[in-house]
Each structure stands twice: as C-alpha cells, then as structure tokens.
Design a protein around this ligand. Structure first.
Ligand SMILES: NC(=O)c1ccc[n+]([C@@H]2O[C@H](COP(=O)([O-])OP(=O)(O)OC[C@H]3O[C@@H](n4cnc5c(N)ncnc54)[C@H](O)[C@@H]3O)[C@@H](O)[C@H]2O)c1
Length: 351
C-alpha cells in the first residue's frame, strides 16, 4: 500500500521537532514536501530532516496528487487561511494550535470540513500526555462525582522565543503578534473542554501588560468562565513568568466527591478529614517519555501524528475536532474582547 503523502506548511521549530519527526516515526506515511515563506530556512530544514522536496509555492504543494494530508505549522494568525486553502484543495489537515485566531475563520473551517468530509485534527498535543488522558478518564468514570469548578493555566517564560533574535520572532512582530491567551491559553482551555465535554457560554476577563514590554499585546490574562453544564472556571495565560512554576497546561477539576489536581486524584478521609492521594499519575508516568524526546520542546507530537493517521484511515475520530477547535477559539476571542471592553461577553458557539 502506498504511504499517505504528507506536506508540511511552515517549516520552523514545531514542524521540524514535532510534526516532521513525528510523522517520520510512522511507516504509514511519508513526508513528501515542505513549504515555507522563508526559502533559505526551509531548504536547510528539509536537508537536515530528510524531506525529499521543498515546494516552490503553497499552490505547488497543494497541487500534488501524491500529497493527501498537510500539517499546518506556520504562525498562529496564518492558520485560518492556510487550512482553508488546504481543505479546498482536498487535503486532510492537522493544524497546530490555536486552530485560528478569529471566530469568523473558525466558522469557515467548520463549514469547509463539513462540505468536504475531510479529516481535520486541531492539534492540541497536551491531550496526548498519558497523565492527562488518565485525569480525563477518571473524571468521565465519575471518580470525583459532579464537577463544580475547573481551573487551568499556562504561565510561561517566553523570553527565549520573543524578539527579533528569539527562536520565533513572529510572536512579537507588531504586524501580527501572538496573543498569549489564544496561543497559550488554548492549552488549558482545550483540556478543560475535553474533560468536561461542554462549552463556554460566557467569559469575563481582565488583563495587564507589565512583564513583557517586547510583546505588543497584553502578557497576562485571567478569565472567568461559565460553562454550559453549570461548572464555572478560571483560566490564566501569561508569558512573563520569572522563576518558579512555568506551567504549560495544568488542569484542576473540583467535584462533589473528589478533586483532580495537577495529575493526582484526591479525596478526603471522612474520619480524619485529611486529604488523601488516591491516584498519582505524575508518579506513575514519571519515567514515561514521548516517542520523540531528544528535542527542545518535548511533547507527544509523534503520538498526535499517529492519531491523525488513524483518523484519516477511519480508525479513530479526531480527539480535538474542527468544532472543538472552533469552540476554543470562540471562547478565547470572546475573552480577549472582554478584557478590552471590561464587559462580560457571551460566546457564540453556533458552529
Ligand atoms: N503545540 C505546542 O506545544 C506548540 C509549541 C510551540 C509552537 N506551537 C505552534 O506552532 C506554530 C509554529 O510555531 P513555531 O514555534 O514552529 O514557530 P517558528 O517561527 O519556528 O516557525 C514558523 C515558520 O512559519 C513560517 N511562516 C511564516 N509565515 C508563513 C506563511 N504565511 N506560510 C507558511 N509559512 C510561514 C516562518 O518562516 C517559520 O519558518 C505556531 O502556531 C505555534 O503557536 C505549538
């Protein structure tokens, strides 16, 4: 059987360390071409990673019959248009998070996927951590009863990635900088929605800009969330962390019978009223490593690529579908608007 041909759009760090290396671990596919607006960089990447060809243009890549699927690994603000063009060209799509940066783009992608019937996986790689899978399974199995409060955060020190000399200058480029609530906050919000199987109906957010002068946007957000199922939540996204506790996607869920707190399940002993650890997945998985782990950013990209191929082959449904990705973008865009206006914003989830 011919391998599934993969084209990679945007050939920077995550393409190289994550998607290309990830796909290269799976014999069901072959990374056939790479395209990037930076031709010099992409030639070097292709050679280093053993990708057979560099396309001269996006159209040249999308026109190829031997490419059935693409990974979109370009800057956040380009995802919406690039995914749309790939779907229009008949390619299955794995899109890096956030799926796009506006609700309008999200709605268009949902329509594209419905119209074409192609596979679309919104790339939320944290969903492939075994401890996250265990927490979500525990919640769904009723281990903490009914949830009433959820918390998630992404609190990072982005200095190595920011600025003209940083790893990813686009993040602080004033023409289309990364909004940390979309780019970072999508991790914990994605986890909350995945676990709770609900949607955000209303948000109220505050933000400031005190830690990262080089970033043209707010660098810290706190958002309160009202979920459709009655749970309320708190989401923090910040890029100016200095020192202890850089976190990238912590999840906490408080329930009527227990608490899932950062990869552990707790309940109170009814007699002593002491908190007891019932399961410690951090301990259980402490020796676990993602399949590709000799990289700067160690995440389960190979596992995510494998899942994408399973979805294309009809063996699985996307863990984060285009509608899931759209709901994440809709809620986070509403939170950005809330921080700007000082008013709560109702989230339009009608996708
Ligand atoms: N899942 C994760 O944990 C994770 C971690 C880091 C980055 N990301 C995401 O991955 C994406 C890429 O980030 P990165 O760290 O690889 O950045 P990067 O700067 O290393 O790579 C981005 C590449 O895209 C290219 N590019 C810019 N505009 C383009 C366009 N219009 N079309 C095609 N290519 C274009 C740039 O030349 C560059 O080579 C971003 O969306 C980012 O948010 C995800």
């Amino acid at each position: 059987m011919n391998p599934i041909g993969i084209g990679v759009i945007g050939g920077g760090g995550i393409a190289a360390e994550g998607h290309i290396r990830g796909f290269q671990t799976d014999p069901r596919c072959l990374v056939r071409a790479l395209w990037d607006v930076d031709d010099a960089r992409v030639q070097e990447q292709a050679q280093r990673l053993g990708v057979y060809s560099v396309s001269a243009s996006l159209n040249a890549l999308l026109d190829r019959d031997d490419i059935q699927a693409v990974s979109v690994c370009s800057p956040d603000h380009t995802h919406g248009e690039l995914c749309h063009r790939a779907l229009q060209a008949g390619k299955h799509v794995l899109c890096e998070k956030p799926m796009c940066t506006s609700r309008a783009d999200a709605a268009r992608l949902v329509q594209d996927v419905r119209a074409t019937g192609l596979t679309f996986l919104a790339g939320h790689v944290y969903h492939f951590r075994p401890e996250a899978e265990a927490m979500v399974a525990a919640y769904r199995n009723g281990e903490i009863g009914d949830a009433w409060l959820a918390e998630g955060d992404y609190i990072s020190d982005m200095r190595p990635f920011y600025g003209a000399d940083g790893f990813t200058p686009w993040r602080t480029d004033s023409r289309a900088p990364q909004d940390i609530l979309l780019g970072g906050g999508c991790h914990p919000l994605g986890m909350m929605l995945w676990a709770l199987q609900t949607r955000v109906t209303q948000v109220f957010a505050v933000a400031n800009h005190r830690a990262e002068p080089i970033l043209p946007l707010n660098d810290c957000y706190v958002a309160t969330l009202q979920f459709e199922n009655g749970v309320i939540g708190k989401l923090i996204a910040a890029s100016g962390n200095r020192g202890y506790a850089p976190t990238g996607g912590n999840l906490v869920i408080y329930g009527t019978h227990g608490t899932l707190w950062r990869n552990k399940l707790y309940r109170n002993d009814m007699h002593t009223h002491k908190s007891q650890v019932i399961h410690d997945w951090a301990e259980e998985f402490k020796e676990h490593r993602p399949r590709v782990h000799d990289t700067r950013q160690v995440h389960h990209f190979a596992e995510q690529c494998e899942h994408f191929l399973d979805c294309i082959q009809g063996k699985a449904q996307p863990r984060t579908s285009v509608v899931d990705g759209a709901r994440i973008v809709a809620a986070l865009s509403a939170a950005i608007e809330s921080a700007r206006t000082g008013q709560p914003v109702t989230v339009d989830n009608a996708f």
